[in-house]
Write a protein that binds this ligand. Structure first.
Ligand code: MBD
Ligand code: FE
Length: 262
């Protein structure tokens, strides 16, 4: 059965590609390089990675245009549903000797009318201190640094995790080879991924980057936007450490999520 939206998009894309091919006088060898590359990304398990690096930020920018509330960000290729549900006080599932500085990620979730969203689900996932994601890199324990937790009655949340490091796309894979041919590096700046869900407002997907962090200006996915950058604050005063029952310096980052009222 013909689908009007599919006709509009596929035929429109085909027309745009034809014009592009003529403008650049694409040869048959170049055409074959492109189809082989797409086949290779599937063999390498990079089919989502390649598209998310080159195209996903544009889809997100379109969704953010005219949208009220805090910006959405790309989901990326490594989200997995069904992460562990945490119990308060919330701490992301991690190795007993997890590398990296302690990070307290906290803030509020409200709607655009300023009402707190109580009992909103926050689904958080991020790379470890070596830039690796669990359930993707087999050297990381299953569900490490992935988890779900909830806001309190005032819409507040606080979770303990570690400061993630920059993620580097495998240099030897097809996506890394394309970036290399373009003279670009393979890094994404350190970031936290979140999905937020609440029955009154639905779901949003975002990412938090750290002010002053490396690669913010040259993200290989070109997905950093102003409203997504938050300040990492270092704490080493005895009172602060005692308040959180920690015995070494830690960082916190505060980010308030605002979701469009339904
Ligand atoms: C990531 O961690 C990511 O967020 C994206 C978009 C692509 C590759 C790795
Ligand atoms: Fe990521």
């Amino acid at each position: 059965m013909p689908n009007a939206r599919a006709q509009e998009l596929v035929e429109g894309l085909q027309k745009t590609i034809f014009e592009f091919m003529r403008e650049h006088k694409v040869t048959h060898d170049e055409y074959r390089v492109a189809t082989d590359l797409l086949a290779e990304t599937i063999q390498a398990g990079e089919q989502s990675l390649l598209y998310d690096i080159f195209f996903e930020a544009e889809v997100t920018d379109i969704a953010n245009t005219g949208r009220d509330g805090s910006p959405e960000a790309i989901e990326g290729p490594f989200y997995l549903p069904g992460a562990p549900e945490l119990e308060a006080p919330f701490m992301l599932t991690q190795r007993a000797d997890e590398k990296g500085d302690v990070l307290l990620f906290m803030g509020r979730v409200t709607d655009t009318a300023g009402r707190p969203l109580a009992d909103a689900e926050i689904d958080l996932w991020h790379a470890d201190a070596d830039g690796r994601y669990s359930n993707i890199d087999p050297s990381v324990p299953a569900w490490n640094l992935r988890g779900r937790f909830r806001t309190d009655a005032e819409g507040r949340y606080k979770v303990r995790t570690i400061v993630p490091q920059s993620y580097e796309i495998p240099k030897c894979g097809p996506t890394g080879r394309v970036l290399d041919a373009l003279g670009r590096h393979c890094f994404r700046p350190a970031h936290l991924h979140v999905k937020i869900r609440h029955p009154d407002v639905g779901e949003m997907t975002s990412q938090i980057y750290f002010k002053g962090g490396r690669y913010l200006e040259s993200d290989s996915a070109n997905a950093v936007r102003d409203g997504l950058i938050a300040e990492l604050i270092r704490h080493e005063r005895d009172e602060d450490l005692a308040a959180h029952n920690l015995d070494k310096p830690y960082f916190d980052v505060t980010y308030n999520f605002v979701l469009p009222s339904g």
